[in-house]
Every structure is written in C-alpha cells, then in structure tokens.
Design a protein around this ligand. Structure first.
Ligand code: URA
Length: 453
C-alpha cells in the first residue's frame, strides 16, 4: 500500500539536500513506472538528484527499485523447472569505438559453462551498439519471444537480444525525461539506470567494462574511476557480485568501427583467423573475471587456460554460430560471412597528410565519423547503413605513410568517403617522432572486485 506522503514533498526533501528513505525511493520509482508521477515531477526529481546527489544507500535503493519496476528474470528453477545447470553471467560496457567485446565474450563464456542472457542496447552518440552490429547479420532477430530467448539461453548458453517493454520500465521513462532535462550526467542516475536494467536479467555475477580516454563516456580518468567503483559497490550491495575493469578507450579497441565490419572482426577472432590484439586481451580479462565470479574456475590462471582452450578448440565460435542460427541468421555465417554481410560500394584507403607515427587519437571524433557515414544514428529513428565504417585503423605509436594508410573507409558514396577521409586526418594526429617517444596507454588500468554482502 502506498503511503500518504505526496510525491512533491519527497521531491522537496531531495531538493533541500535530504536523503530519501528506501521506501520513499521505491514509491517514487513505482510512480514513474505506472505514470502516476507527471513528467514535470519526474523532471524535477531528476534535477534534484542531479544537483544534490544521492548517498550509497539511496543509490542502492534506486537501483533495486528500477530493477524491480518490471519483470526480473529467474533462471535457477522453481517447481518442476530444473533451472540452468551453471551460473548466469553478463558483462556491460559504458561504450566506446570498435568495442565489439560482447560479440566475442558471450559465446566464449557459454563455451566455458556459463549462461549469458545478454540484453544489449543500440549505438548512443559516438559509440556503437551491439544490437546494431548484430542486425548487420541477415535474419538475426533481436526481439525473439520470451520462450525462444529462454530456450536459446538454455541450449546455446548465450543469446544477445534487445530490451523488452517488461524489463525495467521505470528506466525507459526516467531516461527519456533525463535526456530532455539536462540531467543525464548524474552518477546515481547513471549507475541505477545501467544496473537496474542489467540486474533485472537475474544474474549471478556481472563484469563491467568502464572506459576511460578520448572515446569514453566519462571525460576524465577520475570520473571513470568513480563510475567504476560506484557501479561495483552498488551492484554488489544490491546482491550481484560485480567486478569493474577500467580499460583504455584513448584509441578504438579493435582496428575497425562500424556494424558489418565489427561482426566480421568478431568472427575472425572467434575462428582463430585472427589472433591477439587489444580487443581480445580486454575480452579475455573480462571473461576470466566472470569465470572466477561464477565459480567456473578457482584461480585466474585456471580461468585463462580454460578460455584459451575453448577459443582454440572452436567451441566459442560454435556457440556464436548456434546463437546466430537460433535467432534466425544464416546457419553457415562463419563459413560464408563475405556472402552474407553487406558490402559497401566504396572502399578506399585514407593516407595521412605526412608520414610519421600516430601520437594521439580523438577517438570520439572517429566514432562520429562512422555515425556520419551512416553507421550510427543522428536521431533516434534514423535507419542505419550496416555496411559502412572503418577498417585497418592504425594504432597509437604505429608508423603511417608510404604503403600504410591511417585506415580504410567503407562508404555509401564517393562524397561520403571524402568527408570521412578529412575527418580521419583531423582525428588521428601524426608526428615525426621515434617509436619510443609515443607513450602507449595501459590497456587495463584498474580492477575493482566486490563480493555480494
Ligand atoms: N547508459 C544507460 O543505460 N543509462 C545512463 O544513464 C547512461 C548510460
């Protein structure tokens, strides 16, 4: 039963800097989900939180209330349902450029005995979205029925799909109102929004990839570190053991960015056609943390050996193929990706204005170049061109000039390619320096582990 306290009295309390009780937060969030709070009240509440913040207990209560505002998935059985025979694990990233970790990590964890019901999002701003990438695969259905989703998780160990209307509905409304009331950049609102959706998937453990650097959502190392720590603390206090890794996004994580080109990269890594690289290194570390948290390995070296074995044996690739086929994509995608993945009509190299080494990347600008090619959206309902993007993007410290371009552009037209080429030259700084003069960023900068209390 709802208390008699008016929502405006609670908004007033937050406005005046008071901490809200868990009960007050639960009722406000229920009012957001069922529409009994008006848009004006939700906006005012968001602004009060933005200006005065929330303490740890409030942020945990807000996260739990968002999680519980709709369906919370349960995987471990009740009654006649035997439940899944392994831990339910997931990963979330704050987003970046060339960040196709989910496409590799989900099947890899499944091949190691975990179950990954991954609910992913679309591209946001300059960052790519896992759903947009998967939709480059002809036939792939990001919105299967609940039964199909559950069956696929059980049988393939992994299913990557879109958010349903039943999952964390309070966040959908709150986020839309934050977006138009200048209240997106608030730590408790960001944390509860990200975690409310993820924890509604019924996870046994979560790993968060929080990016830092010129392509990251948070502008500074300090802000990214605070986000990583808060996420790990709040998720664990809400009952889901969570490890947050702070990883570098001062250059694209993979040497490509776009939708079909990133699916192509994921297939190359899963099948062993391509080995090593920053993307695989970050994915392997995130996956090892999940195996430890899910008790599928008892030590880091055991987790890493299990992962290496399941990648080399083709088991991870096989899980990816099963997921794609189970969601309506081609059964022989791994063998005939060039036949199925869309190809851009214009493909051309872009050379630096002068030879030298890459000394700095404006990674956000690279992501925006992909958006402008048509690989992302300017407005929420824009269609995406899955074929466009960048490949062979030179890395920090790499020598370019002569035979080595900055990248290859995949475009829908010569004009688009020309515009992207200028953007690339502006986004990738090249200077005449020796290899040792370029300081390479540390890829994994922090690991923050939190057990559930
Ligand atoms: N992603 C989300 O899901 N919510 C936020 O508030 C920010 C990023």
């Amino acid at each position: 039963m709802r208390s008699q306290t008016l929502p405006q009295e609670r908004i007033r309390a937050k406005r005046d800097g008071e901490a809200l009780s868990p009960e007050a937060i639960r009722e406000l969030v229920a009012g957001i989900a069922d529409g009994s709070l008006s848009d004006a009240q939700v906006g005012a509440l968001a602004m009060a939180v933005y200006l005065n913040g929330m303490d740890a207990a409030e942020t945990v209560a807000l996260t739990e209330a968002v999680r519980d505002s709709g369906e919370v998935l349960a995987w471990h059985g009740s009654g006649l349902d035997p439940g899944l025979p392994g831990p339910v694990l997931d990963k979330h990233s704050t987003g970046g450029v060339g960040d196709l970790v989910s496409l590799v990590l989900g099947p890899w964890i499944a091949a190691c005995g975990g179950f990954v019901p991954m609910v992913s999002g679309r591209g946001l701003g300059h960052t790519g979205g896992t759903l947009d990438k998967l939709e480059a695969i002809p036939g792939y259905d990001i919105a299967p029925s609940r039964e199909r989703f559950r069956t696929l998780v059980r049988e393939s160990g992994v299913a990557i799909v879109g958010q349903t209307a039943e999952l964390a509905p309070a966040d959908r409304r709150l986020y839309a109102i934050r977006d138009v009331t200048a209240t997106v950049e608030s730590l408790p609102l960001i944390v509860s929004s990200i975690l409310g959706k993820k924890l509604a998937c019924g996870l046994d453990a979560l790993v968060m990839d929080v990016k830092t650097g010129s392509g990251a959502f948070m502008p500074t190392h300090e802000a990214s570190f605070e986000l990583a720590t808060t996420i790990a603390d709040v998720a664990s206090r809400a009952g889901t053991p969570t490890t947050a890794l702070l990883t570098d996004m001062s250059q694209p994580l993979a040497p490509c960015a776009g939708n079909a080109v990133e699916v192509r990269e994921a297939i190359a890594l899963l099948t062993g056609e391509k080995r090593g690289g920053r993307l695989l290194e970050v994915t392997r570390e995130l996956a090892a943390e999940l195996l430890l948290a899910g008790k599928l390995a008892d030590r880091r070296d055991a987790a890493l050996s299990l992962l290496d074995e399941r990648l080399a044996s083709g088991a991870a690739a096989e899980r990816f193929a099963r997921m794609v086929a189970g969601l309506g994509g081609p059964a022989d995608l791994l063998e005939r990706y060039d036949h199925y993945l869309p190809q851009a009509p214009v493909v051309r190299p872009v050379y630096a204005a002068r030879a030298g080494r890459v000394t700095r990347m404006h990674t956000r600008a690279l992501g925006l170049a992909v958006v402008e090619l048509g690989g992302g959206r300017r407005a929420p309902h824009d269609a995406i061109d899955p074929a466009v993007g960048l490949t062979g993007i030179a890395a920090l410290g790499e020598a370019v000039g002569g035979e080595r371009p900055l990248a290859w552009v995949y475009a829908a037209s010569e004009d688009d390619a020309e515009r992207a080429a200028s953007q690339l030259r502006a986004a990738i700084e090249v200077n005449d320096v020796a290899a040792g003069d370029v300081t390479l960023p540390t890829l994994i900068q922090d690991v923050i582990r939190r057990e559930a209390p």
